[in-house]
Design a protein around this ligand. Structure first.
Ligand code: ADP
Length: 320
């Protein structure tokens, strides 16, 4: 395994930023680490890179323990921290040379040339970093992270603050880097994960709520609908929850209910979701006043997992 986290917990004083997080990432995977702001993504990444210690649990990178073998971990890892801290007064080449010296790279000049070429920094390499656009600064950050030819890249929000053109370029670059490296990248944008990643880990309030292939989450979203139904009478939602294909029931007040439904599971029973609800109303002697159907997408699934997830619940999905 390239990256392994076992029951990681991090407390900042009283505040629990990461709670019992476990996952394993194999060589060559590009994994998206997705979650709302404050979910615990940066904290987990800082633990994996050996920048801060965990409070409980264990983590390893390329077989090295992040706490006990931190130097070995750093030799195998490239890290682009959030906000990409750079020395603005340095020239691009000068900065990369400085980083290369810190790593004690023997073939420094050749590596720098290779990384400048790989990240498309050629035309900008004689500028000071202060004079670079945000997109080119990110390229410098990526070149820095790749300089010692690490097996694992940990990228904390690598595309935040980029304009759409820069975003497309950096995504392309990360996809390209991911052909040779294991990549864990954090983001709070679902489309980013769809565009780049094979697999997605979703974290919410420090708890891992999903770990699945991106395509699985995508196909899960395809068959999902939300049906908002209103009845004349009060009812016990347990009856709605028992209907085939109903995944989640939420009260909207005023005897209106929003049902998340796996449409395929309903049609497999030979009926449509609307007809199923109509029959339910008849059987329960309720008056169905109306129903409204909407298709759900990956963005909805992300919202559902990060707004309503029970922090004690195990993650959804599984690994092959
Ligand atoms: P994310 O990267 O998903 O936005 P973080 O890992 O940065 O989330 O933060 C997780 C939680 O931990 C947040 O509530 C944040 O306020 C808190 N936190 C992060 N760093 C510190 C710190 N150094 N001291 C105290 N609390 C922190």
């Amino acid at each position: 395994m390239s990256i392994q986290a076992q029951h990681l917990t991090k407390l900042y004083g009283e505040q629990r930023a990461v709670h019992d997080v476990s996952f394993a990432i194999g060589a060559g995977e590009i994994v998206g680490f997705l979650g709302p702001n404050g979910a615990g993504k940066s904290t987990t990444m800082k633990i994996l890179t050996g920048f801060i210690p965990q409070t409980e649990g264990k983590a390893s990178v390329c077989g090295f323990d992040v706490e006990k073998e931190s130097l070995d971990v750093r030799r195998h890892i490239g890290y682009l921290p959030e906000h990409n801290p750079l020395y603005l007064d340095m020239y691009v080449g000068e900065y990369l040379d400085f980083v290369g010296r810190l790593f004690g790279l023997r073939n420094r000049d050749a590596r720098i040339r290779r990384m400048v070429e790989r990240t498309g920094l050629g035309p900008e390499q004689h500028k000071t970093i202060r004079n670079l656009s945000k997109g080119y600064r990110q390229r410098v950050g990526l070149a820095q992270a790749m300089l010692n030819d690490p097996d694992v890249l940990i990228l904390d929000e690598p595309t935040s603050g980029l304009d759409p053109n820069q975003l497309a370029d950096i995504r392309e670059l990360i996809r390209d880097l991911g052909r040779e490296k294991t990549v864990l990248l954090s983001t709070h944008i679902m489309q980013e994960v769809q565009a780049i990643c094979d697999r997605v880990l979703i974290i919410n309030k420090g708890v891992l709520v999903a770990d699945d292939k991106t395509e699985h989450l995508g196909s899960a979203a395809e068959g999902r609908i939300a049906l908002t139904v209103s009845f004349k009478e009060e009812l016990d939602p347990a009856g709605l929850k028992r209907l085939p294909g109903v995944l989640h029931v939420q009260s909207q007040g005023n005897r209106r209910w929003r049902l998340d439904i796996d449409e395929n599971a309903v049609t497999a029973t030979g009926t449509s979701p609307e007809e199923m609800l109509f029959r339910f109303a008849v059987e329960q002697q309720l008056t169905l006043l109306g129903s409204e159907k909407e298709k759900r997408n990956l963005e909805d699934i992300f919202r559902q997992l990060t707004q309503t997830a029970d922090p004690a619940a195990p993650p959804t999905g599984q690994q092959d």
